[in-house]
Design a protein around this ligand. Structure first.
Ligand SMILES: Nc1ncnc2c1ncn2[C@@H]1O[C@H](COP(=O)(O)OP(=O)(O)O)[C@@H](O)[C@H]1O
Ligand SMILES: [Mg+2]
Length: 221
């Protein structure tokens, strides 16, 4: 069973003469242990594709399964729960909580998952080279440092599916490569299913499969 399975996904925005076909008949799946990249230019549908894959917005038509759960058949509450337990999002701009220090950014995840994640968050902060920043607030960090903290946070509670929306866009190239290698390592060693969308071809070299998205249409590279 695939961790993520998308069948015949279409997404339209607007109606009448302002209608936009953001995604057209997308079929896509990722298995555990796989790191898949989707490359496409700005406006091609990458963020729409990823937010639909993770159940943050629903498709106009089509079916999505995460670990065998058909998202169309879940209530809003069940969908929120499934997203929390099984999906980790890494967004283009880091979404850290401004009044919490780096080391405190993990407390909400801990609370929601009813377990101590201190060992895991320490390990991640160290491997992402931001352990020394643990007592700083987001506004004291560079864009790249903030992004690494949000990556650590998305990985902490061990979701089976990780969706990364241009996670390297705000990083210099050496840190960008490092982050992609961390994602690849996480997929291969921790048996996660990871999908990264990017417009940067250089970031795809550690992927197990590469797809191209253009005008909302997805094809294998
Ligand atoms: N909420 C929305 N309402 C209307 N159009 C949207 C919305 N979100 C995205 N789009 C349109 O869908 C297309 C794909 O956008 P997006 O998925 O953000 O692309 P990318 O992430 O590749 O830059 C674009 O034409 C964009 O303008
Ligand atoms: Mg985008």
């Amino acid at each position: 069973m695939a961790t993520l399975d998308m069948k015949h996904i279409n997404k339209k925005f607007g109606s009448g003469h302002t209608e936009v076909d953001a995604l057209t008949d997308i079929n896509f799946s990722v298995n555990e242990g796989e790191f898949v990249s989707v490359i496409g230019p700005s406006g091609s549908g990458k963020s729409t594709f990823l937010t639909i894959a993770g159940g943050l917005q629903s498709p106009t038509t089509g079916e999505i399964q995460i670990d065998g759960n058909n998202l169309n058949q879940l209530s809003a509450g069940q969908l929120t729960q499934l997203r929390f337990e099984m999906v980790g999002f890494i967004l283009q701009t880091s979404n850290l909580i401004p009044f919490l220090k780096v080391k405190e950014q993990f407390t909400l995840v801990e609370k929601l998952s009813h377990q101590s994640l201190q060992e895991r968050s320490t390990e991640l902060l160290k491997s992402l080279d931001i352990w020394e920043l643990r007592d700083k607030f987001p506004k004291e960090l560079s864009g790249g440092e903030r992004q690494r903290v949000s990556i650590a946070r998305a990985l902490t509670h061990d979701p089976s599916l990780i969706l990364a929306d241009e996670p390297t866009a705000s990083l210099d190239s050496s840190h960008a490569f490092e982050v992609v290698q961390i994602l690849a390592h996480e997929a291969h060693e921790a048996k996660k299913a990871i999908v990264m969308v990017t417009h940067d071809e250089r970031m795809t070299q550690w992927s197990d499969a590469i797809y191209v998205i253009e005008d909302g249409k997805l094809r294998k590279k």
